[in-house]
Each structure stands twice: as structure tokens, then as C-alpha cells.
Design a protein around this ligand. Structure first.
Ligand SMILES: Cc1ncc(COP(=O)(O)O)c(C=O)c1O
Length: 423
């Protein structure tokens, strides 16, 4: 039991004090991917406010935000229309004995928007959605094996977490791995699965941690589709991270490849907790047969927020805007890196940019650059893909670029004092 705080001493609320307090009552200070230990020194753990494309930490520092809460914030923090819809639903009712009418309206909106979708289920987190997809595929096929790309992240449940602590080998017995964009390795994994293949689970593009992102080769996407058709397995597209930022009808629509099942979450409700599974007709009975639920899965506020989010994404041509802003950022960073004599690589769709330095094992140089950018008011990530939102306007990108130019200059000075790799 933690020591009782002295009521005469006001609790300290700056970032360092909060971390110290958290370390006493929360294992490791925080769980999961938002733990600041993975970030360069100087990154805050706690935030007190967010608005548009800006956020403020517990020490009152303001940042232009290029992580967007790791994806959910697609329209900008605290979007007025989304929050008005959420507030109205909150006044009417949220977690009740069953869903509110907004469930049906949202389901109709999803099935109209997503090209492959004949039906939809809602849950809360991306892991819920990917797990439901896998369960549905197994229920439909009566098979066990699921193929996933090596290094891909599909959630934090025992069957897919990248961290082996507390997980048994049996939890992952039926996972088989292939290399993203590699048709030969896809074939090898399929041969291993034989007649027991329930599904191929794949992300719209390769967005693994710490490595260059890879867009899907059309031939690879078609090969995944052909394999699933040939053996009667489900093609599951994990849209949790990319969904809503590539193509609202589905991220593989531009390639002409439709999944059977897709998992959505992050961006679909602009920061409200919601996930969705969309599916085509063949998988409907299986989806009806499985038991998946959660105490908060019918919460109406997140659904109202989602409806408003999806409407606004369409109305403001959000994807084109995020692409343009991401490209403006990318072009500026490329110019600056060259001018300051650094070799960088920028990969993935510009609206979900990844920035890595050449010859930078462990991302030491990238981390130093991000720390310098943070000190100048720009929140970047040295190893994970970042995110643009509708709230990023040209003047925000230009302000961020002004700061990154100064960060590159400071990095150059630091490298002059102590030689850096990647230069
Ligand atoms: C591609 C992908 N799938 C699944 C998940 C799991 O989502 P959640 O953290 O909401 O459970 C994530 C989360 O980052 C993700 O990026």
C-alpha cells in the first residue's frame, strides 16, 4: 500500500513531480507505448491540454503535435463539431442497457463508406478489432492458422503482443510469418499452413517501428487476395493505424484489392474510444456466431463522435489536406537536412511520415534531432511513424519548419564538437 500523502502538502503537478508520484503507484510509471522511457530525454510524460494541432505539457510548454495521440486525432484535438455531437449524446445518455439509435446510423454510415463492408461491429480498441477479425475468420473456416507479416504490430493481446512477458508459446502457436511485400515468403508461409489457413492479417502498408515504411506493391496485395481466394481464407486488413488517412473507402481501394474483414479504430472517432470491424457478406454468419462484448462497447458518446468525425472527414476532403500538409513538411525537412549536411530518409505516405537518419544505428542521431526540435516547440517521434491532421494548416507547418531548421543547426553544432554518425 503506498504511503498516504500528507494533506498539508499540495500535490506537485509538474511533469517531473508527476512522474515521481506515478512511479510509486503505477508499475513502471506507465504501461504500454506511451511510456516516455522510449523517447529522448526531455520528452514530457504528462499533458494538460490539447487544441487543434497543439498540445501543452504539465510544465506549460506548448508543442506543434505531429503524433496526434499516436493516430486518433485526425481532425485536430478537441474538434468543435465532434465535441458538440458528443456533448449532445452525453446529455441524452451514454452507457445504457443497450445501444442508442446512433449505433444504427453509424453502422449504415460505415457500410455506405467502406467499399467491402456489408456489416459492421463496434468495440473500443484496435486490439479488440483485430482479435474479432481473427476470431470471425476462425469461426467461419473452422481452421486455426493466421499469417502475419514479420515485425507488424496488430495489438497487445497475448496472441499478437510483441512483448513476450507473460505470454505462453501456445498463445501464438498458430501464427505464421511472412515478409511484407514478399510474394515468395507469403507462399512459403501458406504452404506451411496447408489446409489449416483461416486468415492472412496484413496492414495497408508496412508501418513497423523503427524501420523505413514500405508502401504495398500492387502485385503483393493482389497475391494476398489470390491466396485467400484459392484456399478460402479471410483477407483481414488491419486499418487500425492507417484507416481514415489513406482512403475512406478502404486503404487498398486505390490498388483495387478488397479485404474480407477489416479492423478500424484510432481515427474513426477523433480521439473518442471506438473500434470497428467491417466485413463482407460471406463472413456475416460467423460474426453473428461469436461472443464478443465489453461493458462499454455500446457507449453512445463515442458513436456520436464517430458519426460527426466521418461526416467531417468527407466534407473537408481531409485526406487530400493531410497529404498536402505532410508533403509540405517532408519537402521542408528534406531541404533543411541537405542544407545542414545530414542524410535522412523519409518514407510512407506523407500524411503518416517517418523520418530516419542514414547510418544511425539505435536512432541516436534521430533522437538527438527530435530532442532539439522538442526544445523548439515541435513534437516529433524518432522511431515511429508520425501523423498529420486536418488541424495542421500551412502556417503551422511553416512554424514547425522554422523550429526544425534551428534544430538541424543545433545538431550540426553539436556534431562539430563531438562527431556524429550519419553525417
Ligand atoms: C496497426 C495496428 N493494429 C492494432 C493496434 C492496436 O490498437 P489498440 O492500441 O487501440 O489496441 C495498433 C495500435 O497502435 C496498430 O497500430
Amino acid at each position: 500500500m503506498p504511503a498516504t500523502p500528507d494533506p498539508n502538502i499540495a500535490p506537485k503537478s509538474g511533469d517531473a513531480a508527476l512522474r515521481e508520484r506515478a512511479a510509486r503507484v503505477i508499475p513502471g510509471g506507465l504501461w504500454g507505448h506511451m511510456r516516455v522511457q522510449g523517447l529522448p530525454v526531455g520528452y514530457p510524460q504528462f499533458f494538460t491540454r490539447a487544441e487543434g494541432c497543439r498540445l501543452w505539457d504539465a510544465d506549460g510548454r506548448e508543442f506543434i503535435d505531429f503524433m496526434c495521440s499516436w493516430g486518433p486525432i485526425v481532425l485536430g484535438h478537441h474538434d468543435a463539431e465532434v465535441e458538440a455531437a458528443a456533448d449532445a449524446q452525453r446529455r441524452a445518455g451514454d452507457t445504457m442497457n443497450g445501444p442508442a439509435p446512433v449505433l444504427v446510423e453509424l453502422a449504415e454510415t460505415f457500410t455506405a463508406m467502406v467499399a467491402h463492408a456489408d456489416w459492421v461491429l463496434f468495440a473500443k480498441n484496435g486490439t479488440d478489432a483485430t482479435t474479432i477479425c481473427v476470431t470471425t475468420a476462425r469461426a467461419a473456416t473452422g481452421r486455426r492458422k493466421v499469417m502475419v507479416a514479420r515485425g507488424a504490430y496488430h495489438g497487445a493481446a497475448p496472441w499478437c503482443t510483441p512483448n513476450p512477458a507473460g505470454v505462453t508459446a501456445e498463445d501464438r502457436t498458430h501464427l505464421l510469418r511472412f515478409r511484407y511485400n514478399d510474394i515468395a515468403s507469403l507462399g512459403q508461409a501458406a504452404a506451411e499452413a496447408g489446409e489449416d489457413l483461416a486468415a492472412v492479417l496484413v496492414s495497408p502498408f508496412r508501418h513497423d517501428y523503427g524501420v523505413d515504411q514500405e508502401l504495398p506493391q500492387p502485385a503483393f496485395a493482389r497475391a494476398v487476395r489470390a491466396l485467400c481466394d484459392r484456399v478460402g481464407a479471410a483477407l483481414i486488413l488491419d486499418e487500425v493505424r492507417a484507416g481514415g488517412r489513406i482512403d475512406l473507402a478502404g486503404s487498398w481501394e486505390p490498388l483495387g484489392v478488397r479485404p474480407d474483414l477489416a479492423a478500424w479504430s484510432k481515427a474513426i472517432a477523433n480521439g473518442h474510444a471506438l473500434a470497428a470491424v467491417t466485413g463482407s457478406a460471406r463472413w456475416r454468419d460467423a460474426a453473428a456466431s461469436i461472443f464478443v462484448t465489453g461493458s462499454f462497447w455500446c457507449g453512445a458518446v463515442a458513436m456520436a463522435a464517430s458519426l460527426a468525425t466521418l461526416r467531417k472527414l468527407r466534407a473537408v476532403d481531409a485526406i487530400a489536406h493531410m497529404q498536402a500538409m505532410g508533403q509540405r513538411l517532408r519537402d521542408g525537412l528534406a531541404r533543411q537536412a541537405a542544407a545542414h549536411g545530414f542524410r535522412i530518409r523519409q518514407s510512407g505516405p506523407p500524411q503518416m511520415p517517418m523520418l530516419l537518419f542514414d547510418d544511425d544505428p539505435g536512432a541516436a542521431l534521430g533522437s538527438a534531432f527530435c530532442a532539439l526540435a522538442l526544445q523548439r516547440g515541435v513534437y516529433l517521434h524518432p522511431k515511429h511513424n508520425m501523423f498529420l491532421s486536418v488541424a495542421h494548416r500551412p502556417q503551422d507547418i511553416d512554424q514547425a519548419l522554422d523550429a526544425t531548421d534551428r534544430a538541424f543547426a543545433a545538431l550540426r553544432s553539436a556534431c562539430a564538437e563531438q562527431p556524429c554518425d550519419g553525417v
